[in-house]
Write a protein that binds this ligand. Sequence first.
Ligand SMILES: [Zn+2]
Length: 422
Amino acid sequence: MKHRVVWALILLSLAPLAASAQEPFDVAAATDAYLSQLSPEQKASSDAYFEGGYWLILWVFLYGAVEMWLLLGLGWSARMRDLAERVTSKAPLRTALYAVQFVLLTAVLDFPLTWYTGFFREHQYELANQTFGPWFGQQMIGLGLGLVVVPLLLMALYGVFRRAPQTWWLWGSAVMMAFLVIGMLLAPVYISPLFNTYTPVERPDVRDPVLEMARANGVPVDNVYVFDASVQSTRISANVSGILGTMRVSLNDNLLNRTSVPEIKAVMGHELGHYVLNHAYEGLMFFTLVILGAFGFLRFTYDWALARWGDGWGVRGIADPAGLPLLILLMSIYGFALTPVLNTYIRVNEAEADIFGLNAAREPDGFATTALKLSEYRKLNPGPIEEFLFFDHPSGRARIQMAMQWKAEHLDEVDESGGAAE
Ligand SMILES: [Zn+2]
């Protein structure tokens, strides 16, 4: 009797040793176990939604190209310019008047596509929460914003086009860059609040670990913001926005309400990564090159197209706002061709933020379950070429694998209790 108790005690004390001396953590098996949590229906819906997006890239490009071609070919663009010229003799005002007409007309012409991509399709996949009325109201806010920003941008662009007939493409790049910087600076303060309400996160169980993680990584934020994205959609997401003094870290209320604290930490670790790794400034430099490339492309193709079709369109030269549809058409060809390059640039940054987030949050399972939840709108397990061409974030499979690899190499540091939320 006594012996049995002793043996039981010995066995009990050895049990944890046996557990820790188990076979090494199998990264591939752990990754597959996560991937198989998605039901076949969930996977089918996720794949269909995301793969439909590949076709949309093409349709949106073609729709816009045909639209711009018609604005030129039917003489509508020239007519909008003529109207602006009858109203005023001041060149900047003429540009602004053309811009207002252009924004209104293209908003109407684009509406079927805007409705399909932004409303119908989102409801089809149960990603949207808004009924038509409020959705349309927000489209109108966007249109109002366009009616302010586009005339300003075009007045600046055509201002340099008029003054620099030879080097317009260089000055044009500079204007675009300036607007990009101003936009990044102002967006969190003046633009995002037009669409959503931002408030500081009150829950201490969420706010405190995130702020602790921010301080541990030298990120000078004193607040984490939550915004009411659930007004529009069911997607979970978070972001870093702004530059210089307007930089802030925000998470959306879907993330706050539908995920556990380890999952939120995993996501916010990723967002802090964007901040610490200076992705906003790196991105600015990268997009400077992209914009210079775009204007370099315009410099050659614009004159060529104008020499060929310009008379029929009634477009006089680079300084004529009636040529705007041609500028946009050529830019969209450049952008369409560059899609995989842009996606890859962003995806590489996102992968950097992922590994930063794993190290900062130390929540590989929270990270993996979040990657699973993101499959609601991003295909989980694409082929390598598919991922290269179309993914602007690492796929769920790549992310889960990265998290499991990290877990395998930090097994003694991971708090098992904080792991998978569901
Ligand atoms: Zn990111």
